[in-house]
Ligand binder design. Structure first.
Ligand code: FNR
Length: 392
């Protein structure tokens, strides 16, 4: 569909050149928004390695592979059928890229049949995003996990998410404090402390937090925003205050599949199996947290070999094209999360821009598989046998 539309010379809402989205979006954004999305930890070493790692692998095409149809992109992850093997990564504060923010992004997700992961740092509430995502939308909830002294707030967030139809819980483990992000610091910018409080909207509406705030300060959150915003921020970014044994608490209060986001080592992947969660996201947060780190893709095959048959493996960090998605899946991912590219789509074209990015990535994935003689994204067809490693 996408390819044929291109051939009809209809004007797309946005270029199909995936490697141009970043540059184009950055040239049109405010320096604060650009610094936040493009900016990375430290000197961008981890971010650059994430991208470079994909180039070390090449897809080798097979010929005369007889298939009746185009490649089958559908898959099943943790009991859910997915039309495509991707989901939208949780990204906070989307309103700074477009006033329609999370609502536009989640509507595009529903329209394109791609699961949407709601960020704990969203600039919209759990319930409003669920409503915009609709009854047919697939939505998952990402938690920035408050310290154990705030278990009641965590329970409140989980209950709200469950009630609003979010089916999987993604627990982000690499962001118990925000990374060293020079571009944000140069801009004097903290997305969660803006004067319009955009980045804390989802938190400040939580009834348990609001009740406790009133008990502490004697006024409503809205009457003392300068205090409420940093208090919420300290609540969801409490420092490294938990261990593996604390996962049990989430299992007791969620009751659905739990996926640990931010796993980068075989040892931690094994721990995830040991504590009995259903999935992991092999991710380094797009290089936004720890600098001087490894590429996320580089760790994927090792983690797949160690635990691949024991839990579902999601992957993100550095994915920028349909071919990248194929490579990540060949190296072991069951589902690939798209981060920055859809944010650029949102900045450039709102809901349509996000839809364009998703469609474009899926169109390219489909043709890449077709041209490589790979009939489906299932592991029997798309696995390490389709890749060669280029010399360093
Ligand atoms: C993120 N990411 C993120 N992750 C998360 O668990 N909760 C969050 O609130 C956010 N917020 C966020 C904001 C912005 C602007 C970006 C770019 C990223 C990380 C995200 O889920 C994902 O791990 C990375 O974006 C993947 O890397 P790429 O695809 O951007 O290279």
């Amino acid at each position: 569909e996408i390819y044929n539309r291109g051939l009809n010379f209809e004007r797309p809402v946005l270029t199909f050149q995936a490697d141009k989205w970043e540059e184009l979006a950055c040239s049109r954004m405010s320096s604060e928004a650009k610094g936040y999305v493009y900016g990375s930890a430290g000197t961008r070493e981890t971010t650059d390695k994430n991208r470079a790692a994909f180039k070390k692998w090449s897809i080798v095409p097979r010929r005369l592979v007889k298939t009746e149809t185009f490649p089958d992109l559908s898959t099943e992850v943790l009991g859910e059928k997915l039309q495509f093997p991707i989901a939208m990564a949780p990204v906070g504060v989307l309103k700074i890229f477009n006033p329609a923010g999370e609502i536009a992004a989640t509507q595009a997700a529903a329209k394109e049949a791609v699961p949407y992961i709601f960020s704990s740092a969203a600039a919209a509430t759990i319930e409003d995003v669920a409503e915009a995502n609709g009854k047919d939308g697939q939505r998952w909830y990402q938690l920035y996990w408050p310290s154990r002294e705030h278990d009641d707030i965590t329970i409140s967030l989980l209950n709200r998410a469950k009630k609003a139809g979010y089916t999987m819980l993604f627990v982000t483990l690499d962001t118990y404090i925000l990374g060293w992000r020079p571009s944000d610091m140069d801009n004097g910018y903290n997305p969660f402390m803006r004067s319009d409080r955009i980045g804390v909207e989802s938190g400040l509406t939580d009834p348990v937090f609001r009740k406790q705030f009133k008990e502490r300060h004697g006024v409503e959150v809205e009457e003392k925003m300068d205090t409420a915003a940093p208090e919420w921020m300290r609540t969801i970014f409490p420092g490294m205050s938990k261990g593996w044994e604390d996962i049990k608490f989430l299992q007791e209060h969620w009751g659905g599949p739990i996926v640990l986001k931010g796993i980068q080592t075989v040892a931690d992947a094994r721990k995830a199996v040991e504590v009995g969660v259903q999935g992991i996201v092999v991710s380094n947060h797009g290089g936004r947290q720890q600098d001087g780190g490894n590429s996320s893709l580089g760790m994927l095959p090792h983690i797949k070999d160690a635990v691949g048959d024991k839990l579902s493996i999601f992957f993100d960090s550095g994915v920028g094209s349909g071919a990248d998605i194929a490579k990540a899946m060949a190296l072991g991912a069951d589902c690939v999360l798209i981060g920055r590219p859809y944010v650029y789509g949102l900045a450039l074209g709102g809901e349509q821009g996000v839809a364009h990015v998703l469609k474009s990535l899926m169109g390219e994935l489909e043709l890449t598989l077709h041209l490589s003689g790979i009939p489906s994204v299932s592991k029997k067809d798309l696995n390490r046998s389709v890749l060669v490693r280029e010399d360093d």
